[in-house]
Design a protein around this ligand. Sequence first.
Ligand SMILES: [Fe+2]
Length: 371
Amino acid sequence: MVRSYFTHDNWLEVQADKGVPVYRDCYIDDLRSIELGHWDLRGCDAAFIKFTNMEGITEARVQEIPPGGSLKPFKLGVDELIYVIQGRGFASVYGDINGVKRDFEWSARSAFVIPRNAWCELRNMEGDNPVRLLHFNYLPLGMTVVSDPEFFFNNPAVKGSMIDDADGEFFSEAKDIIKEFGSAWGTVGAKVWSGNFWPDLLAWDKMVDAGSRGAGGSTISMYVPGSELSAHMSVFPPLTYKKAHRHGPGRLIVIPGGEGFSVMWPQGGEKKIYPWHEGSAITPPDQWFHQHFNVGGTSARYFALHPPVQFIGKEEDEQGNAEGINIEYTEEDPWIRQIFEEELAKRGLTSAMAEEAYTNPDYKFSKPSVS
Ligand SMILES: [Fe+2]
């Protein structure tokens, strides 16, 4: 038995004892099909995901809404980002103060944020398919500071939410802004997207070039007004792969679309392959190198939910010197290229990586593609 030391860990074990599965690894093949169990607190089927090195920092869980069903109003004491794994539904969000409801529809691959201390009611709009949602928050940290789980769930003593003062734009599509605030994620002056709602991450085409990670990839940085939650999404073209890099723990990656795999390894350790497709989830453990490969016929996308900025961790190369450095294609283990080309060959495909990328460290990929 693993001993628990902090409030959220102990609370999670209580939920597990009551029949809610807890998945403990750095990878889930398909969030759409993992087994769930009844969670009495929310009155729905659910599972918790305790990804490696996210323990005690972030909470991830899958919740299901049965066909035609709804989940009763619920008020959580921390901001929560919800990604729609499958299905189509409706949310009503409102505060304790003025009671004005903000209603909006969401569908597969939407992402939205329910602000702390706002009531949220979720409804499945389809009569024949269950909805599955991925919920992500920093509740473990909250429970460390206020070591009383009940404080965070439907607490009648806590009233007032930013939704009480929000204008009608609160759940409209995220807007691009120039980042003029400090945070560890991205540089001041860069273009980022700010908002509480992204309608479909697979269809989202407002990307910017992400040159330094190779493969002609592009990206968006996503911020939430009034919250420390943030995320980014990367897109990279078919039949290419990105450079390896590493950093601190707690990035939860979910795949909105595409077919590929990631290779992850601790420094000097064994390299393992993690295949992915829509609905897969993966987290690179603390300071493990990781590298993403697209072996499908379309662009691949990954949506990375961030840990709190305090946990961003250092970024360095294999020699441990320099921040934010990738392993360049010219420096990588030849096995990397070999396994990529083998996986393509199994599918009757060939690499779109330019030969020069492996010999010229200054090689520049062509314009990003988001098709
Ligand atoms: Fe990464």
